[in-house]
Ligand binder design. Structure first.
Ligand SMILES: C[S@@+](CC[C@H](N)C(=O)[O-])C[C@H]1O[C@@H](n2cnc3c(N)ncnc32)[C@H](O)[C@@H]1O
Length: 136
């Protein structure tokens, strides 16, 4: 479906990769990113995997690059901690929106202090279950 959409929309310079997005070996082949959408991950992984993913984002993105991420705010709301973890990893928050009439939230962070010595974690995240439970 992804490949078909790229063709249908005539998106030039967009490649489609069907692979494990938590595996550093896969991510290492993609090169530096200007933008990473980390949507639908943080509500489906353990807290320590959220931290690994944030560290991984700080390696995958070019300096000045951005990430957009999602997470539900069901109790206990982890989004305040997530926002602190981004800042600790060298990001500046550019937006945080609690979606009205829903438990969803969307954040955006820009990498302002890239540490070129930081290695990519071998494993960024592992889904708990299949992610089909509707948690974002
Ligand atoms: C909650 S859905 C989010 C879908 C979409 N990104 C969004 O925000 O609407 C999570 C999706 O990630 C997929 N997924 C789970 N583990 C993955 C992995 N290691 N690599 C790539 N996709 C994975 C699940 O199969 C599921 O389709």
């Amino acid at each position: 479906m992804g490949r078909r959409q790229i063709d249908t929309l005539g998106l030039e310079g967009v490649i489609f990769v069907q692979a494990d997005a938590g595996d550093a070996a896969v991510l290492d082949t993609l090169g530096d990113a200007q933008l990473v959408l980390a949507c639908g991950i943080f509500g489906n992984v353990a807290d320590h995997d959220i931290r690994s993913t944030i560290r991984g984002l700080s390696v995958l993105l070019v300096g000045g690059g951005s990430t957009i991420w999602t997470r539900h705010r069901l109790a206990p709301d982890l989004t305040p901690s997530i926002r602190e973890w981004f800042v600790a990893a060298g990001f500046k928050e550019t937006a945080f929106v609690s979606v009205a009439d829903s438990s969803a939230s969307v954040g955006s962070h820009r990498l302002v202090a890239k540490d070129p010595t930081r290695p990519l974690p071998r494993r960024l995240f592992e889904f708990i279950g299949d992610g089909a439970g509707g948690h974002c």
